[in-house]
Unconditional design. Structure first.
Lengths: 608, 80
């Protein structure tokens, strides 16, 4: 019936039963996902928490929101399904027609009208939502919990519409037609140019609703995320006002993203990355670039996929999968069964296509929640993505995305760009100037890895020669300084290997888990640095840093000595930001133990 | 009040000044009542300050210049 194969699942399958009880039928949208029962469970959890359970917004109003968004997207499947549910809740046919044609004719209270308009705006063009929209809701008497709920219900509507477009389920009931006289309600706040909206939205920063502290110890799902991600993303922290919604989302994410039985984690993260990029969602782009780095993909490759996956080194069939996801996720009205057939002819299985559709839907859910709540980023998005956003917004709006191809070559703003171009043309003076600019960075990288000054100075010479030899191949996919650091790293690692002093920069992740909490609890002096001379302190710090295991040493060196940002360090070392943070803390605490005897209060003045 | 373990779970971000106002409030309440965590926080903050201000591993020009000069000379000769 739908685009993909279906298996016969028994009516007593948990999610089916739950729908039968709650709405009186089993939607074909669920049956269309029968190849992967876990994704049906995921949807049932989201629907259970955001739609079917009692909440801050009355059930009937949540159904109106779902129906109005489906109508706004002209999603005939969802329209017929949601009309039926709304009518079973007692809505008259005439009123349902009003929602389908022009909600302003439905006799709504001021509050219901305000929340409906807010949800429609968020579903239509999430980047245009700003703190002002939230204030408008508050002015109508909406509490924080209700605002959060409105955002999640909208995200659910977007999720379901994405699924219905991608899966093409047969109607559950006779179709309900939109009348031809349908008047499109005004598109509040939607402008022709996308970028000014984004800046406007950034005017008052989020998150828009308070997020009380929730402990990973008492709220088990946070404990699970902490373990699987190494940190708790702001995306989840921003929703702590409603642990019930949060728990359902985390369960759904676990069922959709974590298993690797169909698509791999990397493939799924790539889908999330490209669709978020096409939705101009910097927050989600940053998260997924980091996830990809954590899964072992070099940062430049992730950045390239975010900006334009056609120019990346993915295989042609992987690119086709991403094209499919972008079209489904951002240009649903152009999507058809042909897009599914195209993937089938490229030998994608129906299970893989189904999972791609579900991941795309989940992405749109997340993009909507993030923008609706103004969730602050955990990480900086790749600089190339921010700079290319203007091209991307054009690409996202036109069907001929590939024609507007954006390649990273020479698009990255880098203070070194001009000198690099000259050096590449063979101008030695330009190369010399570049090298002088970055001497300290190179030296500190070498010191961090090699751990002694004589070796580092030798390696410096090799690094510079190697940089010159390869400079013509530098494509501007990263900053020049990042590229120099990678040359220095390779040079140093080669030296380590030849010295047979193999001190791994990456091994032994497990011991990062151990109890980091220090035992040393004597208080330090008020102004510890005043009790020693500058050169004594420098000596102490240098000795302490050189005594650190290499993987901590490199991170401390770049973050605290060279004072790069955490994001830059992650980028330079090809690590995820959470991994850098863990190593940094570990290194800092080891240094603290080392410095403690010199700076505790009782030793004040001991060294003069 | 949160436990020391919960405090420590947020510690890295707190040290980097990257926690939300609500989390900060919980952490500071804990700090005001737990001497061990207060010492840990205070000394870690001072450690970071000392390390970042130490100018460690600065290669003096007197060392770096000759290295660069040597490399440039070699590149110029190689070019002929």
């Amino acid at each position: 019936m739908s685009f993909l194969k279906e298996l016969r699942l028994e009516d007593k399958f948990g999610p089916f039963l739950a729908f039968q009880v709650a709405v009186g039928f089993i939607p074909n949208l669920l049956r269309a996902q029968s190849l992967l029962p876990r994704v049906i469970e995921a949807q049932a959890m989201l629907e259970g928490a955001a739609r079917l359970r009692e909440g801050s917004i009355p059930r009937v109003q949540r159904e109106r929101i779902l129906l109005s968004i489906a109508a706004d997207r002209k999603d005939t499947y969802c329209i017929s399904m949601d009309s039926k549910v709304l009518s079973s809740l007692g809505a008259a046919d005439g009123q349902i027609d009003d929602f389908l044609n022009d909600y302003r004719r439905a006799d709504l209270s001021a509050g219901d009208l305000a929340s409906l308009q807010f949800c429609l705006k968020l579903a239509r063009h999430a980047p245009s939502v700003s703190s002002e929209d939230i204030e408008a809701l508050r002015a109508c008497g909406f509490e924080d919990e209700a605002i959060l709920e409105a955002v999640v219900v909208t995200a659910l509507a977007v999720y379901r519409c994405t699924l219905s477009v991608g899966l093409g389920p047969g109607p559950d009931f006779g179709p309900r037609k939109l009348t031809s006289t349908r008047i499109d309600p005004p598109r509040e706040g939607v402008r022709h140019s996308l970028l000014p909206d984004i800046h406007e939205a950034a005017r008052r920063k989020g998150p828009y609703v308070p997020a009380p502290y929730l402990s990973p110890k008492t709220f088990a799902p946070f404990g699970v995320v902490q373990k699987s991600h190494g940190f708790i993303p702001n995306f989840f922290r921003a929703q702590t006002l409603r642990p019930d919604l949060l728990e359902a989302e985390l369960e759904a994410v676990g069922r959709i993203l974590l298993p690797e039985d169909v698509l791999t984690r990397v493939q799924k993260e790539c889908i999330l990355l490209v669709v978020s990029a096409a939705n101009l969602n910097s927050y989600c782009v940053a998260v997924h670039c980091n996830m990809l780095r954590g899964l072992g993909m070099p940062s430049e490759d992730g950045d390239q996929i975010a900006v334009n996956h056609h120019e990346s080194n993915l295989t042609e069939s992987e690119k086709a999968l991403l094209d499919f996801a972008v079209k489904l996720g951002t240009r649903g009205s152009e999507f058809s069964c042909d897009d599914v057939v195209k993937l089938q002819t490229l030998n994608f299985t129906d299970e893989q296509i189904l999972e791609c559709v579900v991941v795309t839907a989940l992405n749109n859910f997340a993009n909507t929640v993030q923008m609706g709540l103004g969730i602050e980023p955990d990480f900086a998005p790749p600089p190339v993505f921010e700079e290319n956003k203007v091209h991307l917004s054009g690409a996202a709006l036109t069907p001929t995305q590939s024609e507007g191809a954006v390649c990273l070559v020479h698009t990255l703003q880098d203070a070194d760009a001009e000198l690099v171009a000259q050096a590449q043309a063979g101008k030695l003076e330009a190369f010399e100037e570049l090298v002088r600019r970055h001497t300290q960075l190179i030296y500190r990288t070498l010191m961090a890895i090699l751990g002694n000054p004589i070796d580092a100075q030798d390696a410096m010479q090799d690094t510079l020669l190697s940089a010159f030899k390869h400079v013509s191949g530098f494509q501007g996919r990263s900053k020049f300084s990042t590229w120099l650091v990678s040359i220095a790293r390779n040079t140093a690692l080669q030296r380590l290997r030849s010295r047979k002093n193999i001190e791994s920069l990456d091994e032994g992740e497990c011991n990062e888990e151990g109890d980091l909490r220090p035992r040393q609890v004597r208080a330090w002096q008020d102004n510890p640095e005043q009790s020693h001379s500058k050169s004594e302190i420098r000596q102490l710090v240098e000795t302490g840093i050189l005594a650190l295991p290499a993987k901590f040493r490199v991170v401390v060196m770049l973050r605290d000595i060279e004072q790069l940002s955490t994001d830059e360090v992650a980028r330079q070392l090809g690590l995820s930001v959470p991994a850098v943070k863990t190593r940094l803390l570990r290194g800092r605490l080891m240094l603290r133990e080392w410095l403690s005897p010199h700076f505790t209060a009782s030793t004040k003045g001991a060294v003069q | 009040m949160i436990t020391c373990e919960e405090f420590f779970a947020e510690f890295a971000d707190y040290l980097e000044n990257q926690v939300s106002p609500e989390v900060r409030q919980e952490l500071e309440l804990h700090l005001s009542q737990c001497r061990a965590c207060h010492v840990l926080y205070d000394s870690s903050r001072k450690t970071v300050k000392i390390v970042t201000e130490s100018s460690s591993f600065e290669l003096p020009r007197s060392v770096s210049d000759p290295i660069i000069d040597r490399v440039m000379a070699k590149l110029r000769t190689d070019r002929g």
